[in-house]
Design a protein around this ligand. Structure first.
Ligand code: CA
Length: 240
């Protein structure tokens, strides 16, 4: 679940936000001092920041610029919260690098909708990627783009790497062939569903040289990475 950082010095508003965001299923971190924001962002890497414009020590605007200029943090979406409602202020806020702008007093459903939109956008484009993913003995090193099983280096092709990245970052979640096609190839009309099976087969082949098969084929549904004891269905054979 996404973690939202609330940067707000007015306690009543901070609490209202915290309450509503947690009710909506988000984890929250509240920071009330402007000069603690940067270290907390670096430490917690929130999925999104709600940033109050008027803070005592350093303005939200300044913080926004600082975060945008930090290569590790620049992709975190920022929604500026402010009492300033002038069109001019909005332009300043957005040009400082804010992704969105909500004026106080705000409506909670509207704010939640904006959060959702901004989170969705980032998840499909520029979400900060983890440096490493692991599942059982499988390790995906995102920096070197390498796969290991235990100590063994597993040579995988670029498409298999992306499939594995998707599966390993969502363990036990079942992806249909259609989902995989969309996530890995985009909406290319030139790729057929059975192509997914071909790449899964290649991925299995190289991975399973060094350990048990954790890729589950769920008949008529798709694939997942799963270590639970479930009965494995045979791969549905595509007509050649
Ligand atoms: Ca304030």
């Amino acid at each position: 679940m996404a973690t939202i950082m609330i940067v707000e010095d007015e306690q009543a508003i901070a609490l209202l936000l915290k309450y509503n965001l947690e009710k909506a299923g988000y984890d929250t971190i509240t920071v009330s001092h402007g000069n603690r924001v940067l270290s907390s962002v670096e430490k917690n890497l929130p999925s999104l920041i709600l940033l109050d414009w008027m803070l005592p020590e350093i303005s939200g605007l300044e913080l926004c610029k600082i975060i945008r200029n930090n290569p590790d943090l620049k992709n975190i979406p920022i929604i500026m919260l402010t009492a300033k409602g002038q069109e001019e202020d909005k332009v300043i806020g957005l040009s400082a690098g804010a992704d969105d702008y909500v004026t106080k007093p705000f409506s909670v459903p509207e704010l939640l909708a904006r959060i959702k939109t901004n989170l969705r956008r980032v998840s499909t484009t520029t979400a900060p990627v983890k440096k490493e993913y692991t599942f059982q003995d499988i390790t995906l090193n995102m920096v070197e783009k390498k796969v290991f099983r235990g100590e063994n280096y597993v040579r995988v092709g670029p498409t298999e790497f992306r499939i594995l990245q998707l599966l390993i970052s969502n363990p036990r979640q079942v992806f249909s062939r259609k989902d995989l096609l969309k996530e890995i190839w985009g909406n290319s009309i030139y790729v057929e569903l059975r192509t997914v099976d071909v790449h899964i087969r290649r991925l299995r082949k190289v991975l399973n040289e060094f350990g048990p098969d954790y890729i589950r084929t769920i008949r008529a549904t798709g694939y997942s990475l799963d270590d639970h004891e479930i009965e494995e269905e045979p791969v549905v054979k595509a007509e050649e």
